[in-house]
Design a binder for this molecule. Structure first.
Ligand SMILES: [Zn+2]
Ligand SMILES: [Zn+2]
Length: 242
């Protein structure tokens, strides 16, 4: 790898659909720089420490040192990737990178979830229906409406997303393309105190989304609040009382 850093004409990392999906699922559906909502098919994966520094190994060594990263830190790994919107990603690419406290905080955020992201990528590669759905999505023209048979192919992916997405920045929809979103749950009734919703795992009830709730009342897996008997209707986890 060290030798690769010396090559003048470096090739940019081509993200696999599984890598992209893993970045979004672990960090939520929003740009880490401006908090704008992003969708699964058009979001960008941003390198916190810019990839172009691979062209200037001395500068890279200096930056890694300033940011307290090991000298063998991998620029192309989940420890350096976060989801961004197109405008932020393009703007950041054009800037001279200055190592800062903000960069350090973002690196810590990526590092804290790198193992989880790695697991998500492995899960996708190991499950044919997920890999197939992501490939279908990648090939589909971003702004064209999805026909029913494509939606059917995406279903396993949407269920996986509902089960595993980070709750940060989640607003009860799965944004698939710029023109196609799927409700994570459908609100059937809400009287301000109690709500009834339909999720991927059936119909269930819980405190109204208008109200703040104690962590003890939320699902231990996905953090949401709607149960059908003992099962979370969003992610299907059994509520075993802890
Ligand atoms: Zn942004
Ligand atoms: Zn849940």
């Amino acid at each position: 790898m060290k030798d690769g850093n010396q090559v003048a004409k470096r090739r940019k990392h081509a993200f696999t659909p599984a890598e992209r999906y893993a970045v979004m699922i672990t960090h939520g559906q929003q740009c880490y720089l401006c908090r704008t909502p992003i969708d699964m098919s058009t979001f960008h994966v941003d390198h916190i420490i810019p990839e172009h520094l691979l062209d200037t190994p001395d500068r890279l060594t200096e930056v890694l040192e300033l940011l307290g990263r090991p000298s063998d830190f991998n620029i192309n790994s989940f420890a350096n990737w976060l989801p961004a919107c197109g405008p932020c990603n393009v703007r950041k690419r054009g800037l001279v990178f200055e190592p800062s406290g903000i960069a350090q905080a973002n690196l810590q955020m990526a590092a804290s979830k790198a193992v989880e992201a790695e697991k998500a990528a492995t899960r996708v590669v190991g499950r044919q229906e997920l890999a197939k759905a992501l490939n279908t999505l990648q090939r589909w023209p971003k702004t064209e409406p999805l026909p029913d048979e494509i939606e059917d192919q995406l279903l396993p992916l949407l269920v996986d997303f509902a089960q595993h997405v980070s709750r940060s920045g989640l607003d009860a929809v799965i944004r698939v393309t710029p023109t196609y979103s799927v409700p994570l749950y459908e609100l059937l009734k809400d009287d301000g105190a109690t709500a009834v919703v339909r999720g991927p795992f059936g119909v269930g009830g819980g405190p109204s989304p208008e109200r703040g709730i104690a962590a003890a009342m939320t699902c231990g897996v996905c953090g949401e609040r709607f149960f059908n008997g003992t099962r979370c209707v969003l992610c299907g986890a059994q509520d075993d009382g802890d």
